[in-house]
Design a protein around this ligand. Structure first.
Ligand code: 6PG
Length: 481
């Protein structure tokens, strides 16, 4: 009997995806560089389905029905290229190599191009949902050639999470790196979601005086509102956890220096290239950097930098109105962050020639992935039908939702600023919102200054065509450039 799918790289994500395929009735050929991991998987879970044990890539290739589907689950970067290099000579035309890691989308584009020259399909798939998702049903974002999806799609859709209406959280995104690109932006949004939850947590503590366990109750309650989401749910768990060693809330003994593996940073780097203002994601990446990059500087700052707080504001200890303000601010900020992320996808679609369907993408983030949330159902609906909003915030239900949240949102940002409590995502999303709706931006002065020192020219409000320059160092008359 031949296997329908092969998995090479049996660390936890690879192992759990392999088990997920097997549990769905597929015969799965297993391979790992060191056979120990393969045997460990078979010892512990071999009875979950039909597995074929292989020791070499040649054996893996031989164990598979054709066209072959080989899922590579190794560390992103050079290890993926190394596995591809070893596999290629063993494969035949139309075989599919699938990369399920968090690979950089430009690598995926390159790999698809190179493998296409050899008659092989290369499919980069974004997989979200952590270890548990991989086993029980992740959200899957496949790119790669369309034809490969005919052979691969049904398997992926089988093992993917299902939305409430039964739709699999897996759909072909577009060619080459589109799947990994969408996964990258998913992770950027994940960063912003987590950062703004952290800001809410800080304000609930420092302004409203709520201890972590009390906050856990608040987040549990929020999880029954329009904020309902996996990250809000697990925030309650993390805040409720008591450290066995000290009896303190665990959150108070975790070092406040955030790590990152790179997908958030890539999102921002790529946003800069595209000129896409994903300010919530950028602030979130920088917040992690500020927390961890230079610990000595943070220590020194605590000693030397004054707070300059005028004493005008008081704490609002246990004030339910303030707690509700924070909840509304969190919702509005989150909407802006999603609006920014989705807009980035639109810009990328234009740049890379992908037809990215935002309704589909929001739809497959509804379940399985880390940012799964009730909100994504509403976002999906906003993009269904012919009248696509130019920006998520323009969808009528979100115009109303933000309007309703605005007074709270402004109060929360003002309070944070007055009290010297950092709330970069609450603030930057409000700034984005206000910038977007403002009839005139200070960019006019930027243009004036650029023209002054560098003759960079400007356009006039009363002339759509002309390019102008003022003779700043001459008689200051205006010339058509
Ligand atoms: C997911 C997660 C997953 C991983 C992130 C964490 O969607 O399942 O995003 O891919 O946990 O890469 O990223 P950082 O280590 O950068 O926070």
């Amino acid at each position: 009997q031949k296997a329908q799918i092969g998995v090479t790289g049996l660390a936890v994500m690879g192992a759990n995806l392999a088990r997920n395929f097997a549990r769905h009735g597929y015969t799965v050929a297993l391979h790992n560089r060191s056979v120990g991991k393969t045997d460990a998987l078979l010892d512990a879970h071999g009875d979950e389905g039909t597995f074929i044990r292989t020791e070499t890539l040649q054996e893996l290739v031989d164990a598979l029905e054709t066209p072959r589907r080989i899922l590579v689950m190794v560390k992103a970067g050079a290890p993926v290229d190394a596995v591809i290099e070893q596999l290629v000579p063993l494969l035949e035309k139309d075989d599919i190599i699938i990369d399920g890691g968090n690979s950089y989308f430009q690598d995926t584009r390159r790999r698809e191009r190179e493998l296409a020259e050899q008659g092989l399909d290369f499919v980069g798939i974004g997989v979200s949902g952590g270890e548990e998702g991989a086993l029980l049903g992740p959200s899957i974002m496949p790119g790669g050639p369309r034809k490969s999806y005919d052979s691969l799609g049904p398997l992926l859709e089988d093992i993917a999470a299902k939305a409430e209406d039964g739709t699999p959280c897996c759909a072909w995104i577009d060619t080459d790196g589109a799947g990994h690109f969408v996964k990258m932006v998913h992770n950027g949004i994940e960063y912003a979601d987590m950062q703004v939850i952290g800001e809410a947590h800080e304000l609930l503590r420092s302004v409203a005086g709520l201890e972590p366990a009390e906050q856990a109750d608040v987040f549990e309650q929020w999880n029954r509102t329009e904020l309902a989401s996996y990250l809000i749910e697990i925030t309650a768990h993390v805040l409720r956890q008591v450290d066995a060693r000290t009896d303190q809330p665990l959150i108070d003994v975790i070092v406040d220096a955030a790590g990152q593996k790179g997908t958030g940073r890539w999102t921002v780097q790529e946003a800069l290239e595209l000129g896409s203002p994903v300010t919530a994601i950028a602030e979130s990446v920088f917040a992690r950097a500020l927390s961890s990059a230079e610990p000595e500087m943070r220590l020194e700052a605590q000693r030397v930098l004054p707070a300059g707080i005028g004493g005008t504001t008081e704490d609002v200890v246990h004030d339910p109105e303030f707690v509700e303000d924070v909840r509304k601010a969190l919702y509005a900020s989150k909407l802006v962050s999603y609006a920014q992320g989705l807009d980035m996808l639109t810009m990328a679609g234009r740049e890379y020639g992908w037809d990215l369907d935002l309704a589909t993408i929001a739809g497959l983030w509804r379940e399985g992935c880390i940012i799964r949330a009730q909100l994504l159902e509403v976002i999906m609906e906003a993009y269904q039908g012919d009248k696509q909003p130019l920006n998520l915030l323009f969808a009528p239900e979100f115009v109303t939702a933000v309007e309703e949240a605005l007074p709270s949102w402004r109060r929360v940002v003002a309070r944070a600023v007055e009290r010297g409590i950092p709330a970069p995502v609450f603030a930057t999303t409000l700034n984005y919102y206000d910038s977007l709706r403002r009839p005139r931006l200070n960019a006019a002065l930027t243009q004036g200054l650029r023209d002054f020192f560098g003759a960079h020219t400007y356009r006039r409000v009363d002339d759509a065509e002309g390019i102008y320059h003022t003779l700043w160092s001459g008689d200051r008359s205006e010339v058509v450039s």
